[in-house]
Design a protein around this ligand. Structure first.
Ligand SMILES: [Fe+2]
Length: 310
């Protein structure tokens, strides 16, 4: 059976994508940001998910302001990078997983959670920047990605509770998919930021860090936080953080926080990142195999062979 083994959340600041595309990642300003994802990339390389489900928001790229679905699930075989005004980002086309995506649509909708089905969709920095942060810049993304776009650009966005409940619906869908697949869910966006108006440049480190704490330890309470609190404490665009609750809803009630990173600013945004593993995660077979090989070598040939296995 398919299994959600872990979730990650990450900001998806467009300037991070521009820094990658313009080869500025080693500059001191950006190195501070990218160094925080080195451990994450190693974790991801060891975890090797079969599928990623990426919760993100479209920034008037695939959907114009004339038509904004609240929850839009990508069921296509591939999702090209969108032209966001400077041409499409030079990143690989995102390959989807139509079978699992269709199963999620069926399970969620027939279970009472209506989704918009997108058989053709371009994806913008909201999705591709977190892929870069977790996978680096490969020629092809290492696994299929199912995009799920959430409206956080026009009032009213879904509530945190609704997002959390969507995560539960995704969890039920994945749990009932018959193929053995390791699935990792991404929640993207945030953290605190406001890009216009008198409060432009707002960053609230205390709120962001409390949000990260709540995400790990007390997501049910966090899901009850009203929109006005996101707006007041984290700025107008801080509402993107409701998408992290979709990821959290898809995990076990109790999770293991394996990594956290927070830095300010990137562009005018607070960058936050967290990796949460389900208790039953079996995501590091390579690591376990290595330890096993080392023990076997000790038994068989003594220290010399053990060193070789290490
Ligand atoms: Fe965004």
């Amino acid at each position: 059976m398919a299994k959600i083994i872990a979730g990650i959340s990450s900001s998806h600041v467009p300037a991070i994508g521009a820094a990658i595309d313009n080869k500025q990642t080693e500059e001191p300003y950006w190195k501070r940001v990218f160094s925080g994802f080195e451990k994450s990339k190693r974790w991801m390389a060891e975890t090797k998910p079969d599928v990623v489900i990426a919760i993100y928001n479209d920034h008037a790229s695939a959907f114009s302001v004339e038509m904004i679905p609240t929850f839009a699930l990508g069921t296509a075989a591939e999702f090209p990078p969108a032209d966001e005004g400077w041409g499409p980002r030079p990143v690989p086309v995102v390959k989807g997983h139509p079978e699992l995506a269709s199963h999620i649509a069926t399970s969620a909708i027939l279970g009472g959670f209506d989704l918009t089905i997108c058989n053709k969709m371009e994806v913008d920095h909201g999705l591709t920047v977190p892929l870069n942060l977790m996978f680096g810049s490969p020629k092809e993304w290492p696994c299929p990605v199912i995009p799920l776009a959430v409206n956080v650009v026009q009032y009213p966005p879904p509530t945190g509770q609704r997002c959390y409940d969507l995560g539960k619906a995704i969890r039920r869908a994945v749990d009932s998919y018959p193929e053995d697949l390791k699935v990792v869910v991404f929640g993207t966006g945030g953290m605190s930021h406001q890009i216009s108006g008198p409060r432009a440049g707002l960053i609230n480190e205390k709120f962001d860090k409390a949000f990260l704490d709540g995400l790990t330890k007390n997501p049910k309470a966090l899901a009850k936080m009203p929109h006005i609190e996101y707006m007041r404490e984290a700025g107008a665009e801080g509402i993107e953080m409701v998408m992290w609750l979709v990821m959290r809803g898809a995990l076990d009630d109790k999770v293991k926080e394996v990594y956290r990173f927070y830095t300010v600013p990137a562009s005018n945004t607070a960058v936050g990142h967290i990796i949460l593993e389900n208790a039953g995660k079996s995501a590091k077979p390579a690591a376990r195999k290595k330890v096993g090989a080392r023990k076997a070598a000790v038994r068989k040939s003594g220290k010399k062979a053990a060193r070789k296995a290490a």
